[in-house]
Design a protein around this ligand. Structure first.
Ligand SMILES: [Zn+2]
Ligand SMILES: [Zn+2]
Length: 306
């Protein structure tokens, strides 16, 4: 079996595992499987955008760069064992992504490439896939170019799918709506406990929890926020609201344009055709909503823990 086949099997098994745990131990209780924006994230971001960006990044950016520098048969780091290469690229890229992510939150212009990711109002295993097209091009080029440029094609063909699998698995984990309690592991390994907070619409957390895989960057560089773990005290143990504190388009192309051109979201979404497109799934979702209301009655807020 090829590395790609094995990583693909693990990828789908992990996605299934996340979905199952979300049903059994939900972090935010009562979240529907087809939550708000699920189809957008699945069809547009996970399938269509991923497919085209993979071709663009690997075939039209990284491959020509390798040819330009005459590195096809070089493989400067190819003599390293695979596990050491995976660790090296995992660690170095994670350090980079912490700082780039932090810059995105601190710089108003670059924030516009990241706000799409924060527009998810119900965060689940699929939510991490929502990222602006340019954000993915920048981050994945920086992530995969060193692997392909420093390794010969055969070794790169092993390391790339392993690295991509780790990204996908970890991405699903940190965004998952799973009520994990990993205790002191939260100082080392990032998970939903800290990343769900990162997606919350609480001002106190707007500049916290930038880590992706290793949580220790946040603890080392003083940007960690996790009520329930020392030294944090906060009125809530879980976020009360998620997403952006301002209007943001709900449609794929509008989201990508919004980074460069601000427009009146409410006005745009009141155009009959746009409204029809955005609300096409309403007839499917409404009956579920009704069921939930009649079953549990109007509950004030199940998440208020303190
Ligand atoms: Zn962020
Ligand atoms: Zn995220």
């Amino acid at each position: 079996m090829s590395v790609e086949t094995i990583t693909t099997i693990i990828f789908f098994s992990w996605a299934g595992f996340m979905m199952l745990l979300e049903r059994l131990y939900p972090y935010t209780k009562g979240m529907r499987f087809f939550r708000d924006g699920w189809w957008l994230d699945f069809i547009w971001y996970s399938v269509i955008q991923s497919y085209f960006l993979k071709i663009l990044i690997f075939d039209y950016i990284i491959a020509p760069t390798k040819t330009y520098f005459g590195l096809e048969n070089a493989g400067i780091l190819s003599h390293w064992p695979i596990w050491a290469l995976v660790l090296l690229f995992l660690f170095s890229h994670d350090f980079y992504i912490y700082w780039f992510h932090r810059l995105q939150h601190e710089n108003k212009m670059i924030w516009r490439l990241h706000e799409a990711h924060h527009s998810v109002t119900e965060v689940d295993w699929l939510a991490g896939s929502r990222s602006h097209i340019l954000e993915i091009i920048i981050n994945q080029t920086i992530e995969f170019a060193p692997i392909i440029l420093l390794l010969d094609n055969h070794t790169a063909a092993i390391v790339v799918p392993i690295k991509a699998l780790i990204d996908a698995v970890w991405g699903m984990w940190i965004h998952s709506n799973i009520d994990a309690h990993t205790g002191k592991l939260q100082y080392v390994i990032n998970g939903p406990e800290m990343h769900q907070w990162h997606h919350s619409n609480h001002q106190e957390v707007f500049f916290c929890n930038y880590s992706t895989k290793f949580a220790f960057w946040d603890w080392i560089f003083g940007t960690a926020f996790l009520p329930g773990l020392k030294p944090f005290k906060y009125q809530f143990l879980k976020p009360q609201k998620f997403g952006l504190p301002y209007d943001y388009p709900r449609e794929y192309f509008a989201q990508n344009v919004f980074a460069f051109y601000r427009f009146d979201v409410k006005k745009f979404e009141s155009i009959p055709l746009v409204r029809l497109y955005i609300n096409w799934k309403e007839p499917i979702i409404k009956p579920f909503k009704k069921d939930k209301e009649t079953m549990s009655g109007p509950s004030p807020n199940p998440q208020a823990t303190e």
